[in-house]
Design a protein around this ligand. Structure first.
Ligand SMILES: [Zn+2]
Length: 445
């Protein structure tokens, strides 16, 4: 075993066994031991003492739209990974759409990896895409290292990434299940969307009515039915409708392999507070009512919702027109997810251990990243150092996102990320970013 070269010390280290005062020994970018707080620092090792700031495992964000290449003016690997590092995230998985090309063939994956390689400030992996025309590409993509496959059941918003109908869904799911992969799904049913009133304009209530809960509930119901029949593994992306929680919980009880994520905007923002014309709050499915948000938090508390990931989906300012029907949908929060969730979690009586489970351990498990997601021997030395009692007001100009449009502008949030560490290297220090040292990740085994 290589010699310990770094020791990180804090009175509050969040480990899988709980939070305690400890010294974390690191050698060659890996955690080698979690030692007592006052353990002697080995000769030749550097000590970093964070006093009462909390040492967390680096966050894992499995839902990020980087859009590079092709729509790099919306976001890019350089800006996205800097924003992530500043926000305490050390691993992200890129979604297969909104870049050109989309990640639907091995050649396209290689194109994206080539673009990302020199720009990655944190570790970056890729989801593949399942579209009607690429069933034959799924296995080669999986062998090339994607973590699973994303599909839509309703229009995605970009023509190069068409949705699957029920028959195509069944075919892709069977193919993916056949080689042990997982399908991750934007679950809104197109027929329910078509049947809903579609009224353009600046009123948020009209937009909300155009994306009803039924669309989500029905899509999730059909997804569960396919997964049950095929024995397939499926993951529900960005759950907004809390009405779907009982059917997800029931499916799990009978052994259907379904996991679920939700996002900071569904858990911290409400429909009631969205001003007319404020399309920085537009996303699909939409932010719903406060009562829905309460139920989502109950779903987190009882374990029906596994994880919280950003669904960071930015665009240029000009695409956020004041008309909810035509504005681009997507909320930017990569740098803000941890303080946004911590602020609300604390208010609702949850601990930082809960937050770490939802934002680091569970997403790492979803992606099969056994080297990430916990402070314990053998894992990568990835950390976020958080001052949980400090607060700040969100100033969009201080975000590292490519575009400073965000629904969180002006919000006061608790929890300041002091520094972020990737494999034992400090990659963010009070908002100052180091040169890129991220690696491109491929699916384990
Ligand atoms: Zn998304």
């Amino acid at each position: 075993m290589p010699d310990v070269d770094l020791v990180l010390r804090s009175t509050r280290v969040v480990t899988p066994e709980g939070t305690r005062a400890a010294s974390v020994a690191v050698a060659d970018g890996k955690i080698t031991a979690v030692l007592p707080y006052d353990a002697e620092v080995p000769a030749g090792a550097r000590l970093e003492d964070f006093a009462d700031d909390v040492l967390l495992p680096g966050l894992v964000d499995t839902h990020v739209h980087v859009n590079d290449p092709g729509r790099a003016e919306w976001e890019g690997f350089w800006t996205a990974t800097r924003a992530a590092a500043a926000g305490g995230i050390t691993t992200l998985l890129d979604m297969p759409l909104n870049s050109l090309p989309p990640t639907t063939t091995v050649d396209n994956l290689r194109t994206k990896q080539d673009v990302a390689r020199s720009k990655a400030h944190i570790d970056v992996g890729f989801w593949g895409g399942a579209i009607p025309s690429n069933v034959k590409d799924l296995r080669p993509l999986y062998d090339a290292g994607v973590f699973g496959f994303k599909c839509f059941l309703s229009p995605s918003g970009v023509e190069e990434f068409p949705e699957l109908d029920q028959e195509q869904l069944a075919r892709s799911m069977a193919e993916i299940s056949g080689f042990g992969g997982q399908l991750i799904v934007h679950a809104e049913d197109p027929h329910h969307l078509e049947a809903a009133p579609q009224k353009s304009g600046p009123a948020y209530a009209d937009f909300l009515a155009s994306r009803p809960r039924d669309a989500e509930n029905t899509a999730i119901e059909s997804l569960i039915a396919h997964a049950r029949r095929l024995g397939a593994r499926v993951h529900v992306l960005h759950l907004s409708s809390s009405d779907a929680l009982p059917l997800i919980a029931a499916a799990r009880r009978e052994g259907v392999r379904v996991t679920v994520e939700s996002c900071p905007h569904f858990l911290t923002l409400t429909a009631e507070e969205v001003p007319d014309g404020a399309t920085e709050f537009k996303c699909c499915p939409p932010i719903r009512e406060a009562e829905n948000q309460d139920a989502l938090w109950e779903g987190l508390a009882d374990g029906t919702i596994d994880c919280i990931v950003s669904d960071h989906s930015p665009c240029t300012t000009d695409l956020k027109t004041p008309d909810f029907a035509s504005a681009w949908g997507g909320i930017s929060s990569l740098q803000l997810g941890l303080p946004a969730i911590w602020t609300e979690a604390r208010r609702r009586g949850h601990s930082l251990e809960d937050v770490v489970r939802w934002m680091s351990a569970a997403p790492a498990e979803l992606a099969g990243l056994s080297q990430k997601g916990a402070i314990e021997p053998g894992r990568d030395a990835d950390f976020a150092v958080l001052a949980p009692d400090e607060s700040f007001t969100v100033d969009p100009a201080r975000l590292h996102h490519r575009n400073q449009v965000t629904a969180y502008a002006g919000k006061t949030l608790q929890g300041v990320v002091k520094s972020t560490w990737l494999r034992g290297v400090r990659i963010a220090d009070n908002g100052t970013l180091a040169e890129p040292t991220g690696r491109l990740l491929e699916r384990n085994n």
